[in-house]
Design a protein around this ligand. Structure first.
Ligand code: HSE
Length: 293
């Protein structure tokens, strides 16, 4: 038996649209035992059961990888645990993709390198900002040029983090449709300059400035705010109680704050009062990414 453990992720990090992402401490876990027949059992309320294994998203990913490598998978009994909610902006599909690739890697003994796993993951997901931190942990900045993924793993933030998970879903497809199709050169220049300053601030531990730049994003948050009624109010409350910055996690509707050490509890208390139906908690930042035990 072996275990595959993959963290959730918070993509975009403000102006790092489709490029920056950070691994966070919620997990998808597969407990895998080689068997005569395939079987997936869900030990989580967050993911509905799938009747036939061939329709299971993780099986489909594993099967595609094995097929691409011209081999087949040994059947397995898979117990799946997860505390990553679906369609909330915490990279649940990216975690499933990374888990599926690793399932194929283990069951078909493919000996994939990290770069090969990442290339498959980006191919399946379409952009690297969730799958890269899921796989590698930490804060990853990445891009894809001519189908090749380029990335850097940077030190994780020396801040506390708080997540605010609302009681409704936003599908990524829908959240992408509200974005403009094109930006003028002037708009693109201003938006990418904000991203450059945010990254420079993060690299020099200037979280005050980084938080400002996160909230000043021009690429996606101004457009997605219309899908997220709590957007402005949460930013204001978190800021009042000390947060550096509060942003949409991935495509939303979850938001995430980065805050100075020792301030989380006050921010959590105040935001819970304003949004009693939300799941609001501190979250650790994961630095390990995919683990196989
Ligand atoms: N970068 C992606 C987006 C993350 O914001 O649409 C969600 O898949």
């Amino acid at each position: 038996m072996f275990e595959i453990k993959v963290p959730a992720s918070s993509a975009n990090v403000g102006p790092g649209f489709d490029s920056a992402g950070i691994a966070i401490g919620r997990y998808l876990i597969l407990e895998v035992t080689k068997s005569k027949q395939w079987k997936f059992v869900h030990d989580t309320k967050l993911i509905p059961d799938v009747l036939h294994y061939k329709n299971h998203y993780i099986y489909k990913i594993a099967h595609k990888v094995a097929k691409d490598k011209k081999t087949s998978l040994t059947p397995a009994h898979v117990i799946m645990k997860s505390d990553i909610p679906l369609a909330r902006g915490l990279g649940s599909s990216a975690s499933a993709i990374v888990a599926g690739i690793e399932l194929a890697n283990q069951l078909a003994e493919l000996n994939l390198t990290e770069d090969e796993k990442l290339a498959y993951a980006v191919d399946f997901e379409g952009h690297p900002d969730n799958v890269a931190p899921c796989l590698l942990g930490g804060f990853i900045v990445s891009t894809v040029i001519n189908n090749e993924v380029f990335y850097k793993k940077l030190p994780s933030f020396k801040t506390e983090a708080i997540i605010y998970i609302p009681d409704f879903e936003v599908k990524t497809d829908h959240a992408r449709k509200v974005l403009p199709k094109n930006f003028s050169l002037d708009e693109a220049t201003r938006a990418s300059a904000i991203g450059n300053v945010m990254l420079s601030a993060l690299l020099t531990d200037d979280y005050e400035l980084a938080g400002k730049m996160m909230e000043a994003d021009l690429f996606h948050q101004p457009y997605r705010a219309q899908l997220i009624p709590h957007y402005k109010k949460l930013q204001t409350i978190a800021k009042r109680f000390g947060a550096f910055g509060t942003i949409i996690s991935g495509a939303g509707p979850t938001m995430i704050s980065f805050a100075p050490k020792g301030t989380s509890q006050k921010i959590i208390q105040a935001s819970k009062k304003a949004f009693p139906n939300f799941e609001i908690s501190s979250i650790s930042l994961d630095n390990q990414g995919l683990i196989i035990k």
